[in-house]
Every structure is written in C-alpha cells, then in structure tokens.
Design a protein around this ligand. Structure first.
Ligand code: HEC
Length: 265
C-alpha cells in the first residue's frame, strides 16, 4: 500500500517543464552526492553494502538500473523498499523527500544517463595543446643545446688531432642536434602562442636562427668532412653561430619561464 501511495503521488508530480530531461543527470548526481555519499561516497573507507561509487552515475546505472524500467531497477527497490530503505532514517542528511524520489524516477525512465562532461571548446583544446607543447618543449630543449655544443667541441678536438673518429662523432652530434632542434622549435612555437608576442619574440627568433644554422651545419657536414677547405670553414662558422645562438635563445627562454635574473653569478 505504501508503494502504491508513492506512485500516485509521483504521477501527480509529473513535470510540467518543456524538456523534463534537461539537466536530470546533474540533478540526480547532486542529490546522491548530498544524501548518499556519507555511506557510499568514493572517499568512504568501508562503503556500506560495498557500494562506494554513488557519485559515479554511469557506474550506478550500470550496476543498479535498468534504464527506462523503474520496477526492474534494483536502485528503485532500495529507495522505496520496505526494508533497508535508502537512505536509512539515521542518515546525516535525512531520507529522500518525495520530490527527490520523483527526480530519481524520471532519471531512470529517461534512460539513467550520466551527466555530460563539460563540452570541449576550441579554447580549452588550445589550452591543453599548448600546455602539453610547453611541457615537452622544456624537456626537449636540452637536446639541441647539449648536442650543438658537443658537435662544436668535437670539431675543436678534430682541429687539434685529425682523427676520423672525432670527425664522425661531430657529424653524428650535429645531425641529432638539427633533428631535435626541429622538434623543439615545433613544440616551442605552439607553446609560445599562449604568450604575448612582446615577451616571446626575442626568444622565438633567436631559436629559429639557431635552428636554421644547426640544420645548415648538419646538411653540409658530410661535404665538409670529405672536401675540407672552404666548406669546412663554413661548417665551423655555422657551428659557432649555432652554439652562440642556441645559448642566447636558451637564456631568453629561461628568463621567460623563471623570470628575469634567474641566472645571476
Ligand atoms: C547512513 C548510511 C547510508 C546512507 C546515507 C545511504 N545508504 Fe545505502 N546502504 C547503507 C547500508 C548500511 C547498506 C547495506 C545494507 C545491507 O547490505 O543490508 C546500503 C546499501 C545500499 C545499496 C545496495 C548495495 C549492494 O549492492 O548491496 C544501494 C544500491 C544503496 N545503499 C543506495 C543508496 C542510495 C542511492 C543512497 C542515497 C539516496 C543511500 N544508499 C544512502 C547505508 C546508507
């Protein structure tokens, strides 16, 4: 009899809104968070009835609800049953009021949908993209710096001891440096979109100059080691330029990230 009484009241409470399902999952989620998480919340160490995910509507629906069918939904029986009525009378935030029960009922009838994640906007995509780019940029940037300097060092050593091994090592370093500089510049360019041009421009163009000189050095390095002479001089010039430029660019980048005066002796 008591259940019949509920149902009659629920029928009388049928929603008069145009779209009764609008925001239903959000409302049910908020209701459960308020009335049930004391015993079934994710942060409860020993959730009652081993049911500890009441805020996760998708999972609640999967386990306790047959969408569209109130009578066949375990959840409904727990909320309206004669025994073990949920929430229990002693619950901190009290039992469910009738209109709250009606809300859950509409939610089940409407397919027991989970709240939709906030719609993605182009802006949030750009934010995320640029922060990922920014993080990988800060990681990648170490490679061209170290490798350009290593290539320059190898060339200095080569001038001193004309060993083919040192020459090959230098070429290996500058080719890797150019490749990593390409990746670094790519991530850095997208990360820089989040900054005002006035602040990033110096860093950006110094870095592009370092990229161009290191790529050129990598490109002529096979020829330089075979022919020597003027090509080798050009190669050395490019290496020195790339090393100076990458240092200046890195210093500007450091000031962007850590603030001016991060590097004082
Ligand atoms: C004061 C604590 C408390 C609150 C608040 C509470 N419950 Fe419970 N719930 C229990 C206890 C205790 C059990 C275990 C009953 C049993 O196993 O006999 C249980 C069991 C359940 C179960 C069955 C779990 C299973 O798989 O066996 C469901 C479903 C449930 N509750 C839903 C709810 C919902 C929905 C709410 C909020 C509207 C709620 N409960 C609020 C204490 C609570």
């Amino acid at each position: 009899m008591r259940r019949l009484g509920y149902l009659l009241v629920l029928a009388a409470l049928a929603p008069a809104q145009e779209d009764p399902s609008a925001g239903l999952p959000e409302q049910v989620g908020a209701l459960f968070a308020h009335k049930c998480s004391q015993c079934h919340g994710a942060d409860v160490v020993r959730p009652k009835g081993r049911f500890g995910y009441v805020e996760d509507l998708a999972r609640v629906a999967e386990t306790y609800v047959k969408p569209g069918d109130v009578e066949d939904s375990l959840l409904w029986w727990h909320l309206t049953g004669e025994q073990e009525l949920m929430p229990p009378k002693k619950a901190k935030n009290g039992p469910l009021a009738l209109d709250e029960l009606a809300l859950v009922r509409w939610w089940i009838l409407d397919g027991a949908k989970a709240p939709q994640a906030a719609p993605r906007t182009a802006a949030s995509d750009a934010d995320e993209g640029s922060s990922l780019a920014a993080r990988s940029h800060v990681l990648l940037v170490h490679f061209p710096i170290a490798l350009i300097v290593a290539a320059l060092l190898a060339e200095v050593l080569f001038m001193w001891r004309r060993s083919a091994g040192i020459c090959a090592t230098g070429r290996f370093c500058i080719v890797l440096a150019a490749l990593s500089a390409l990746l670094t510049a790519f991530t850095g360019w997208s990360a820089g979109e989040a900054w005002s041009p006035a602040r990033v421009d110096i860093h950006r163009w110094l870095a592009v100059a370092a990229l161009i000189t290191s790529v050129l050095a990598a490109l002529i390095s096979p020829l330089a080691s075979r022919q020597g002479g003027p090509v080798r001089h050009a190669y050395r010039l490019l290496l020195v330029a790339a090393a100076v430029l990458v240092m200046l660019a890195a210093h500007q980048g450091g000031m962007l990230v850590h603030g001016e005066g991060y590097f004082t002796l």
